[in-house]
Design a protein around this ligand. Structure first.
Ligand code: SAM
Length: 242
């Protein structure tokens, strides 16, 4: 897969592409991350990428020409990071991970000229109901989420157990030592009984989702086992409340 990121601040991506799992994914060829400096498409003397808004008011607006020019050489879907977009989530990430090429535009200042949005952008994506100074962090958030779903970047059964992937939150995790300052890990996890461990994990996953994100349970059709475990959880919670 190829992810192009159009930005006025390419240096912000240096750490992103050179560290940890993303760096490894790039090295073994699962993804090519192409950071494009929008100023390379600004051909005036001062390489000006932004200008004052028509109609007056505060803040600058990113000019249309450099973005139109930069997009001319690129193929695939174009995403604009925007607080006004659809809220990004794991479902959207799964869909986007199927694309061969994607371009993400990181806005800055008041945002980009609306003509780019209307004529060149396929999807506006927000990372939440808050406003950042620029789209660079959202572009990293979106690409990171997509890249870890690409083949062989991380183990499939690892991301399949992650929160949201199957509609539930993840179960709790523990590592060595089995006892630390008198705090023990649940016995079942050191029992060696994998059937029991799987069931414990599923139940914990359901319990967390029921307690923290009931909306996710309502969206998801439950299997027979999940229904049974959920009933047990409700009973246990009732008993704890008494
Ligand atoms: N005037 C814009 C508005 O109120 O909708 C906000 C502009 S913001 C200061 C500058 C840029 O940051 C945006 O063009 C966008 O690319 C990015 N941005 C800010 N918050 C974002 C969010 N929650 N999700 C995605 N991108 C965001």
């Amino acid at each position: 897969m190829k992810i192009n990121i159009l930005t006025l601040f390419p240096k912000m991506f240096e750490g992103f592409v050179s560290e940890s799992i993303i760096s490894r994914a790039i090295k073994f060829g699962a993804v090519e991350v192409n950071i494009i400096d929008i100023r390379d498409y600004c051909f005036d003397k001062h390489k000006q990428a932004d200008d004052m808004p028509f109609g007056g008011g505060n803040g600058m607006v990113m000019k249309p020409e450099p973005l139109f020019l930069a997009l001319e050489n690129l193929s695939g879907k174009v995403i604009y990071t925007s607080p006004q977009g659809k809220t990004f989530n794991q479902e959207i990430a799964k869909e986007l991970a199927k694309e061969e090429e994607l371009t993400i535009i990181a806005g800055h200042y008041e945002g980009i000229d609306e003509r780019v949005v209307e004529n060149k952008v396929d999807m506006e994506l927000s990372i939440g109901d808050f406003v950042l100074t620029g789209g660079e962090l959202p572009a990293m958030v979106i690409s990171d989420t997509i890249i870890r779903l690409l083949p062989d970047v991380i183990k499939k059964d690892s991301y399949e157990n992650d929160s949201f992937y199957n509609g539930f939150l993840d179960y709790p995790h523990y590592t060595r030592p089995a006892e630390y300052k008198g705090l023990r890990v649940p016995d079942v996890l050191i029992s060696g009984n994998h059937k029991k461990i799987d069931e414990w994990r599923l139940k914990e996953s359901l319990k967390r989702t029921y307690l923290r994100r009931r909306d996710l349970i309502e969206k998801r059709e439950l299997t027979k086992l999940e229904k049974k475990l959920l009933e047990e959880i409700k009973e246990e919670i009732k008993k704890e409340e008494v």
